[in-house]
Design a protein around this ligand. Structure first.
Ligand code: NAD
Length: 372
């Protein structure tokens, strides 16, 4: 059983899919691990550290040669995987709805694509959930980046020269990223409020010491703990709520996503115009179409004196921690299914069928087939 780790090739990707810690753990399971030279460089992991952990280092072709499993952050172009075993598994983020051509290319190459973003939201899969581990760090980074762009301080400060007021922070979308954004802004001393379309989040917001701000009757809980799309009426109710609240905020962090769809638009240009000059909006959904009108990935856009910020790949801005958590997600996934006699992982139906996109030359994912 040979596991291969390649250097990520997507633009702006700084993370790596294994760390010396997980290399050692895979070796302890009886697997061999090959790592492409330089794979960990942008995540502060040297080739020596991988070698010391017991990995075999080499160029891409040698790394992939004979691999049974390839672990990635973002799924590589299948062309680079030519030397892998027929039917080799590739576990990574595939963006299956956004990149169906790549899924078809994996089927055509006879590879078994395992999409980590399709991990079911069940208790036993929590430690394997890449979306959660990366969103958590992204929520933290969004607040830090917004604080950096903000020309004022976050905490209230009573100084000899007078008082500095605490920043008001509003978090829209209270999933994994939103909860961490609230906690981070609170730790920095801001006054925090937050909203969502899933009513159960009100209690979570309050438990972090922030103020829940909810429109009457606005509820759009979808399947598997995710949100559903709002009706036009609900959108109008939310817009009214946001308009009333946003003008008083200094920092707004938006994190709203709906699986398989473009991110919902939460803030219009007209609403931005009501905000105070010097305010900052961080749009965590910018790469999924954006929650904020006018946001551009990896650019600071200024509208009506308000800075709108958002990264194409927020977790990649915390490469070392993001890689450490993602690598553990991969290890937790494979080791949970490790069959000692077979010397390889054997997936069960519940998780295997959820994450598997391709097998035996076909696209086999129910979720993808439902979407045509
Ligand atoms: P997500 O990234 O899909 O969306 C972010 C947030 O945006 C969600 O809270 C969503 O309700 C909200 N949202 C969507 N449309 C909105 C709108 N129009 N206005 C305001 N907010 C909007 O969510 P997520 O971070 O993946 O988390 C979703 C839920 O799943 C959470 O309750 C989380 O705790 C849960 N979860 C469970 C597991 C598990 O059990 N294994 C793992 C991860 C997350």
């Amino acid at each position: 059983m040979r596991i291969a780790i390649l250097k990520e090739r997507a633009p702006g990707e700084t993370r790596v899919a294994a760390t010396p810690e997980t290399v050692k753990k895979f070796l302890a399971l009886g697997a061999g691990v090959a790592v492409e030279e330089g794979a960990g460089e942008s995540a502060a992991v040297s080739d020596e550290a991988y070698r010391d952990a017991g990995a075999e280092l080499g160029p891409a072709a040698a790394t992939v040669k004979g691999a049974d499993i390839v672990l990635g952050v973002q799924a590589p172009d299948p062309a680079i995987l030519e030397g892998a075993r027929p039917g080799a598994w590739v576990a990574a983020l595939f963006d299956p709805f956004g990149n169906p051509d790549r899924v078809r290319a994996y089927a055509a190459a006879g590879l078994e694509a395992l999409a980590m973003e399709f991990m079911p939201r069940i208790t036993r899969a929590q430690s394997m959930d890449v979306l959660s581990s990366q969103s958590n760090l992204a929520g933290y980074k969004a607040v830090i980046a917004a604080a950096d762009e903000y020309g004022r301080a976050f905490p209230m400060m009573m100084t000899a020269a007078g008082t500095v007021q605490a920043a008001r922070v509003f978090v829209m979308g209270v999933g994994v990223a939103g909860l961490q954004a609230i906690a981070t802004a609170r730790r920095l001393g801001a006054q925090v409020s937050a909203t969502d379309v899933r009513p159960e989040t009100a209690e979570q917001i309050a438990s972090l010491g922030a103020k829940p701000v909810f429109a009457e009757g606005l509820e759009a809980s979808g399947e598997g703990g995710y949100a559903a799309e709002l009706t036009d009426e609900q959108k109008a109710a939310q817009a009214e709520l946001v308009s009333g609240h946003i003008a008083k905020q200094d920092i707004v962090v938006t994190t709203a996503l709906i699986p398989g769809r473009a991110a919902p638009r939460l803030i219009s240009d007209a609403q931005i115009a009501t905000m105070k000059p010097g305010s900052v909006i961080f749009d965590l959904a910018v790469a999924q179409g954006g929650n904020v009108e006018g946001s551009v990935a990896d650019e600071v856009v200024e509208r009506h004196g308000v800075k709108i910020v958002g990264y194409a790949n927020t977790a990649a801005h915390l490469a070392a921690d993001a890689s450490a958590l993602l690598a553990r997600n991969h290890y937790n996934f494979l080791s949970a299914f490790w069959d000692k006699d077979a010397g390889k992982p054997v997936l069960d139906e519940e998780i295997g069928d959820a994450v598997r996109l391709t097998r035996g030359g076909e696209v086999v994912s129910e979720r993808l087939r439902e979407r045509g």
